[in-house]
Every structure is written in C-alpha cells, then in structure tokens.
Ligand binder design. Structure first.
Ligand SMILES: Cc1ncc(COP(=O)(O)O)c(C=O)c1O
Length: 435
C-alpha cells in the first residue's frame, strides 16, 4: 500500500466509524445540538470535545459510565486522573454528606482545612501549603510566588508542557496563556536545557515541569534531566516547581519522592480533593511564608472557595481512608502490568503502536519506537488515535480521544483484560493501517 492509499483508507475507516457512532447516539446528538445554541461548539471544557460529536453522560457508578443513549462504558479515562476513586465511592459520598450537613460556605476558617493541610504536607513533604480551586490556579500562584521571592520576571516551562488552561505550551505558548514572560526548555534534553538556563540565569524566577509529562503523552522524565534541573536551579537561585497535579498519584509521596529529588515548590490538584474542585501549592517555608497575613508585606492569595468545606472534608477523608500509601502502590502496580500487556500485544502483532507512562497513567500512541520527548509525537497521525477511540467506544471502553488513560481504584484486573482484548480487536480489524 502506498502512503496515499493508506491515508485514503484511514479517512474511509474514520468516516465509517464516525457514522456508526452517530447512528448509535441519537440522544447525544440531540443534546449536542441543543448545547451548541448556548455554548461555543456546545462545549465548556475543550478537552472533552470529540468528533463527530461528544458523548453526553447521564450516570456513573463504580467503574462505569452510562450515556444518554443508555450505552455503558468501562471508564479508563478516570476523569483525566481526578476520578481516582471511581464513581460514587461510598466513603466519598458519606464524607460529602457530612460536609453538606455541617454547612457549606462559612466565610470563615474551620477544622477540615487544617486536617487536609496536615495530610497533604505530611504526604508530599511540604513545609507549608495553600489551597486553590484548580490545578491551573495552583500553578499560577506558584509561579507568581517564585517571581516575588526571586525578584525576577521570567519563567521556564517545557516545550510540550501543560500546567492548566492559561499555562499551555504545546508547540509554543497558547494564545490564551497568562502573559508570563517565558523561555521554553526542552523536556529530557539535558545539555540543551542546561545551556538555556545558563543563558537566562539572571532573569529566571522559576523552572516548572511535570516529573512525567501527563497530558503531553505520558512521557517520564529522565532522572538525569531532573537531577540537572535541581542542580542548575539550586546554584542559580531559581525556584524549581514540580507540577504534580497528575503525577502525585504515582507514588505515596508523589513522583518527586520516587525520583528522590525535591523541588522548591510542588503543585497538586485533581484526585487529592476527593473528586471535588481542588488545587494546592506548597513547599519551602521561606517561599510560602510570603503569604503569611500576619506580615505587614504579606502577598495576597484570594479565592472565595479556597477552603470550601466540601473539598476540604472529602479530600481529607479520601487521602486518609481510601488512597493510603499501600493502595497507591497496588494501583500503580496494576497500571504497570496493564502497560506491559499492551506493549506485548503491539510487539506480537508488529503494529506501530505503543503504550507509554508510569504506574496508573498510560497513553496509547499510534507510533512505534522510543518516545522519550514530546517532539517524538510530532509526526503521529491523529486520525489513528481517533479511530482507536471510536473502536474502543464501540466495544464499551472509554478513554481520552488522544489516547490518555488514568486507572481508577475500581477498575479490576478483569477490567484491564477487557481493555487489552478490545485493543486487540481494534488491531485485528485495522491491521493494514497500523503496520
Ligand atoms: C499537569 C497538570 N497541571 C495542571 C492542570 C490543571 O488543573 P485544572 O484542570 O484543575 O485547572 C492539569 C489538568 O489537566 C494538569 O494535567
């Protein structure tokens, strides 16, 4: 098959899979049409938009979601890692009910925020912490704190990094990014990034990165890259920020603990709030103390819902009673087994696919060979991702359209086997397009 013939066949397969999806989802389509009248593209969270139109979910329980057309899917997306506990976990429900019973918006300090701060600081090795409503806000605050602490203006995110809706660096900076003055580093490029840090040392307030790129394709950091960043930032007085909004679930103390390298600040989000809106930033005392309101020159940190009782209560319960260190280890071991099983499948069928990631975070890519930098994904055919997504939906499996998966605690080994079989069926059906 020539490249042109292959491309035509991919278009045909996608058109057929999209038509079959549309035929199975008349109610989702009707809701989509209604939504487009009041939201741009019928959407209020870009990543959830999928072609030809997105599923509308009506109900979720345990490891499953059910759409408006009554079709049920095993949920491997795990709400982009925030849904770690599965849907409607009884302990989460009980905690949420107790928060509702005690009152929601006090407009005052309370005990639940202390309990969550104690858990989070102990677990993730932070001297002090402050809460926000989202991971985006946590990163914005951490970067702003670093700028105030150092008296410098610029920041270094990584090319291909994602730190929230206003901190998005895929193929350069997004036009809606917050106007931080950025120099982009290169993930896992030790010497190139070292040179960039040296060249901008006097202007750089912070270097920010995920210790494994999450949304950027589940690409783990080379430990030597992380060690270089720690060494260079420490000797140049630059604040090193690890965005552990996703990766903190990969080890009981977060991925930095597993790597044995502590940044100056860490940011958290997603599952730590037990599934409620959540974010946090924290770390070294000297930096975080800038926010101490007892100081005459204290930095302000506002947010009506920063200490909302729902998140504070549910997060504290989830982190102590459900996601214990032992449970964390088990979940990530299951994820490692699943990724190995998927990669064995790709080897066996000799298809150009791979599963990257670490522990409970996995990304499927229509590409073979080593994927160690975001640039390694530049040439992939996004239509093949879409085809996999639609084929898996047809078999009752839900992942992100871009191939991302985050295992929740309620997806069992049998569920993982079901995913492997569904991917195998996609391979046998589409093999000519994948070799
Ligand atoms: C690594 C990382 N940082 C920050 C964020 C932003 O978090 P939120 O969506 O809660 O603003 C995300 C969200 O996907 C993320 O993956």
């Amino acid at each position: 098959m020539t490249a042109a013939e292959r491309s035509t066949r991919i278009d045909e397969a996608l058109a057929e899979a999209s038509a079959a999806f549309a035929a199975r989802h008349p109610k989702s389509l009707a809701l989509h049409e209604r939504a487009t009248a009041v939201m741009p593209g019928g959407n209020t969270r870009t990543v959830l938009f999928t072609s030809p139109f997105p599923l509308r979910v009506e109900h979720a329980a345990g490891a499953e979601i059910t759409d408006a057309d009554g079709l049920t899917y095993l949920d491997f997306l795990g709400e982009y890692s925030a849904g770690l506990y599965g849907h409607s976990h009884p302990v989460i429900l009980e905690a949420a009910r107790s928060a509702l019973d005690s009152g929601l918006n006090f407009g005052a300090h309370h005990g639940a925020e202390i309990a969550l701060a104690e858990v989070v600081t102990r677990r993730f090795g932070l001297d002090l912490v402050r809460f926000t409503n989202s991971g985006t806000e946590a990163n914005m605050m951490a970067l702003s704190a670093a700028r105030c602490f150092t008296g410098r203006g610029r920041i270094m995110p990584m090319q291909g990094g994602y730190h929230g809706g206003t901190l998005y660096f895929s193929h350069g900076a997004s036009p809606v990014n917050a106007p931080f003055d950025c120099v982009l580093g290169h993930y896992n490029d030790i010497e190139g990034t070292r040179r960039l840090i040296a060249a901008h040392a006097d202007e750089l307030a912070a270097v920010i990165l995920e210790p494994m790129l999450g949304g950027g394709g589940c690409i783990p950091a080379d430990p030597a890259f992380i060690a270089m960043l720690r060494e260079e930032t420490a000797r140049r007085g630059i604040v090193l920020v690890f965005d552990e909004v996703m990766t903190s679930r990969l080890h009981p103390g977060g991925l930095s603990a597993r790597l044995g390298i502590e940044p100056d600040l860490k940011t958290l989000g997603k599952y730590v709030g037990g599934g409620m809106s959540f974010g946090a930033f924290g770390g070294r005392r000297e930096i975080m103390e800038l926010f101490d309101p007892r100081r005459p020159d204290a930095l302000p940190h506002a947010g009506t819902f920063n200490n909302n009782t729902l998140t504070m209560t549910v997060g504290g319960v989830a982190m102590t009673r459900i996601f214990t260190p032992a449970v964390c280890e088990q979940l990530n071991a299951r994820g490692d087994r699943l990724r190995e099983a998927l990669n064995e499948l790709f080897m066996r069928y000799q298809v150009r696919m791979s599963a990257t990631g670490q522990g409970s975070m996995i990304a499927l890519h229509p590409a073979a060979g080593a994927i160690t930098r975001p640039e390694d994904l530049d040439g992939i055919d996004k239509r093949l991702r879409q085809l996999l997504f639609l084929d898996l939906l047809e078999q009752g499996i839900y992942i992100a359209e871009r191939g991302f998966m985050a295992l929740s605690l309620v997806v069992s080994d049998a569920g993982c086997d079901r995913l492997v079989r569904a991917v195998e069926s996609h391979i046998t059906r589409r093999r000519a397009l994948l070799v």
